[in-house]
Write a protein that binds this ligand. Structure first.
Ligand SMILES: [Zn+2]
Length: 279
């Protein structure tokens, strides 16, 4: 799944490619530690960047922090399997980069910022045994055990995950039946086209829109707005969740090449927030 998603991501331009290469090199880390100007790097022309990159060899010394997995996944995919098995403190660290696209590290004498705008994909079972909702009815987990297990993912972290999809196990007959699936390159073309529509309309991807820009570019008609507000009340969403659903709906509309957000787009976006804690 993770490999396929990486194929569907929009193509990278030369600036983001440079940054990714940089963060896979430990030599740049010391430069960033002493000169936390990473956000300006992408504004420089290529030759300036390469000079800075070379200078960094002179500044290198041991003992400075290195970017972790989330920075190495910058402009890429971070895949976490068996999400509840991670230490809760580790999972909570994800909240900052999921919101801001960077991670801030404070040590005794110094502070550092690392970019960390990644596509988070996580997988988990619905219960400790993994059979909750399965047609074989093997699950014997108690409601308490299920609540405890799902509760390892905090509400604020879950709030920042835009799409939560329950994937049902395939019936055995379907496993062996011949099936046709869409070619990966065709999907990538659709994603790229939707991405370019976003850049043309607002100069940035939908996920980077702030609340004022959401009002401007994710405007929905009154029927669609009513549908969204009803879901918000019924499902007890936060304002953050409301805005995130609207941005997902905008992306669904872009994939369908629709200039406006229609009720069907919002209804689909709402469904992506209902997988957990509803069994
Ligand atoms: Zn179970």
């Amino acid at each position: 799944m993770c490999t396929k998603i990486a194929l569907f991501l929009p193509l990278k331009n030369s600036d983001t490619t440079f940054l990714i290469v940089s963060f896979n090199s430990i030599f740049l880390v010391d430069f960033l530690w002493n000169y936390p100007l990473y956000s300006h790097l992408i504004l420089f022309s290529d030759w300036i960047k390469y000079i800075l990159f070379s200078l960094n060899f002179n500044f290198y010394r041991g003992g400075t922090p290195r970017p972790g997995e989330i920075s190495l996944a910058h402009h890429g995919v971070l895949f976490l399997d068996e999400l509840p098995e991670f230490d809760r403190k580790v999972l909570e660290v994800l909240r900052e980069p999921l919101e801001s696209g960077h991670i801030h590290i404070s040590r005794a004498a110094k502070q550092a910022h690392f970019p960390a705008r990644f596509q988070l994909i996580a997988a988990m079972n619905p219960c400790p045994c993994g059979y909750l909702g399965h047609s074989n009815n093997k699950c014997r987990c108690t409601p308490d055990a299920i609540t405890r297990y799902q509760g390892k993912i905090s509400g604020p972290l879950l709030d920042r995950i835009d799409m939560q999809v329950l994937v049902q196990a395939l019936p055995q007959d379907d496993l062996f039946a011949p099936h046709q699936s869409e070619n990966s390159s065709a999907i990538q073309d659709r994603v790229e086209a939707a991405f370019q529509r976003q850049l043309l309309r607002q100069g940035k991807p939908n996920n980077l829109l702030d609340s004022k820009e959401i009002d401007l570019h994710c405007h929905a008609d009154s029927a669609t707005e009513h549908l969204l507000r009803s879901a918000m009340l019924k499902l007890n969403w936060s304002a953050r969740a409301y805005h995130r659903v609207l941005k997902v709906a905008r992306s669904i509309a872009d994939l369908a090449n629709s200039p406006s957000i229609l009720p069907a787009h919002v209804a689909e976006a709402i469904q992506y927030r209902r997988a957990l804690r509803e069994h």
